[in-house]
Write a protein that binds this ligand. Structure first.
Ligand SMILES: [Zn+2]
Ligand SMILES: [Zn+2]
Length: 74
């Protein structure tokens, strides 16, 4: 648990957009509208959601930890 959590108003527009997109898609997933898929690169079931475009919160790619990091470093 961290002491300081930034308030929404303290976040940059970009950070806020990211947080909103993640919250949105998490609700969707909890409701069963979005089903977890294996990593699209290696097929690992330990996949995470990745957004190509945070203005489209429901468009996600499934990537394992490693390939998720790859996509952010290329
Ligand atoms: Zn992978
Ligand atoms: Zn990502």
């Amino acid at each position: 648990m961290r002491g300081h959590r930034p308030k929404h108003s303290e976040m940059s527009t970009e950070a806020r957009r990211r947080a909103t997109a993640r919250a949105y898609v998490n609700v969707y997933q909890r409701r069963g509208r979005l089903i977890q898929q294996p990593c699209e690169v290696c097929g690992s079931p330990e996949s995470e959601k990745h957004h190509d475009d945070y203005t489209k919160p429901l468009v996600v790619r499934w990537r394992c930890r490693r390939h998720h990091l790859d996509v952010h470093h290329t």
